[in-house]
Design a protein around this ligand. Structure first.
Ligand SMILES: C[S@@+](CC[C@H](N)C(=O)[O-])C[C@H]1O[C@@H](n2cnc3c(N)ncnc32)[C@H](O)[C@@H]1O
Ligand code: SF4
Length: 379
């Protein structure tokens, strides 16, 4: 089993919170798609022998490509890889410029899951974040996607936004959960270095919400999703049973994946590699038959740290049998010794042979995870 991630780094406007690799441009789609296809051919061996269980078009804004272009990329991948019959094929959609025809066309290409970047149902929040769409546009797209026949729809929301407040967050959740969606990704706003929000914060023009408010908003998220049948399978991700994102779950379960496109990461169990973060250099080198990437071989401590960082964020937590098998007695003892205090404080619990965060623990997950990280020099 393996996944394929395709990074389409073009955006029409800069969202003030975003630090994902993207460029504001109308570059030549044909040249870029030719490079993606060529890269897929050149790197097919990377996941050779594995059936592809998920394809994910992420961005940037994958919907800058028309559905026929998305279809040609998928057809090309089908020629070079073996797709599982149930392959999950996701595309991230920004609500601007998505028509009913686009949605119907996408279904015909084999895309069977959409992830819609709603972020908030309040125009004030969307304006603050410099989103390109209004809440009404997002509503249209969501309704049209349901009508078009998409059965697996995910919505992205952001909370912890200055000025939003608990009541508006409650309304955002109620509205989102009133639709027949199967998945919700809800992220607490992070003010990332280098973003416009960070500059605004430094100038005193944007004030982050305080910790108590963050906690209240997260608690409300847990309550409302639970009462509507969603399972919090990863700190920011909620799915109805049978609708957890296969793609993301693979990341968290160390399943190999091939990343195509500028800045895309790949993982094969032994090493990670990441493509050059530059559209022009990427298309130039791939189209001339060369790959431009950096690579890191994963030593045992890096593997341990990655395992702890990802697994502790999920409902499956740290699997002690797996830790003993892969990281041997040293790793096992390390985890057991460290987890004791978190269990005593009610921040972690042991379910069968798995160590998971409690809801209280999820609130300070970053702090807990950082204590589990092994330093390169020793345990
Ligand atoms: C790859 S991003 C963008 C997807 C798509 N381009 C869009 O804008 O809808 C996926 C999601 O991460 C979330 N996100 C990105 N940066 C964030 C930040 N700094 N804080 C909180 N959420 C963030 C947003 O909800 C976004 O929809
Ligand atoms: S959030 Fe999405 S649309 Fe906005 S800049 Fe980031 S990748 Fe582009």
């Amino acid at each position: 089993m393996a996944g394929i991630y395709i990074h389409i780094p073009f955006c029409r406007k800069l969202c003030y919170y975003c630090d994902f690799y993207h460029v504001i441009s109308n570059d030549d789609n044909t040249l870029f798609i030719t490079a993606l296809k060529k890269e897929a051919e050149l790197r097919a061996d990377y996941i050779a022998g594995n059936t592809v269980s998920t394809v994910y078009f992420g961005g940037g804004t994958p919907s800058v490509f028309n559905y026929k272009e998305i279809g040609t990329i998928l057809d090309h991948l089908r020629k070079h890889f073996v797709f599982d019959t149930e392959c999950e094929i996701t595309i991230e959609l920004n609500p601007d410029d998505i028509t009913s025809d686009y949605l119907t066309g996408l279904l015909q290409t084999g895309v069977n899951r959409i992830s819609l970047g709603v972020q908030s149902w309040r125009d004030e929040d969307l304006k603050l974040m410099n989103r390109r769409h209004t809440a009404a546009q997002a509503l249209d797209v969501l309704e049209n996607a349901i009508t078009a026949g998409f059965e697996n729809i995910s919505v992205d929301l952001i909370y912890g936004v200055p000025g939003m407040g608990l009541e508006n967050w409650a309304s955002n959740l109620d509205k989102t959960l009133s639709f027949d969606i199967k998945h919700l990704s809800a992220y607490h706003l992070t003010i990332e270095p280098g973003t416009v929000f960070n500059k605004m914060k430094e100038k005193g023009l944007l004030k982050e919400i305080d910790e108590d408010d963050s906690t209240s908003e997260f608690n409300l998220l847990l309550e409302k999703t639970e009462s509507t049948g969603f399972i919090n399978y990863e700190i920011s991700n909620f799915g109805k049973p049978g609708f957890f994102s296969v793609h993301n779950t693979n990341y968290w379960k160390q399943v190999p994946y091939l990343g195509l496109g500028p800045s895309a990461h790949s993982f094969n169990g032994y090493s990670r590699q990441w493509n050059i973060k530059d559209v022009k250099k990427y298309t130039g080198s791939v189209n001339s038959g060369k790959l431009s990437f950096e690579k890191e071989e994963l030593d045992i401590k890096t593997k341990f740290n990655e395992y702890v960082m990802t697994s502790l964020r999920t409902m499956w937590g740290i699997d002690l049998d797996y830790v003993e098998k892969i990281f041997e007695k040293e790793g096992y003892d390390y985890v057991i010794n460290l987890s004791g205090k978190f269990i005593n404080y009610g921040l972690m619990k042991q379910d069968d042979n798995n160590l998971v965060l409690t809801n209280q623990g999820k609130m300070i997950s970053d702090n807990i995870i950082s204590e589990f990280i092994m330093s390169p020099s020793g345990v």
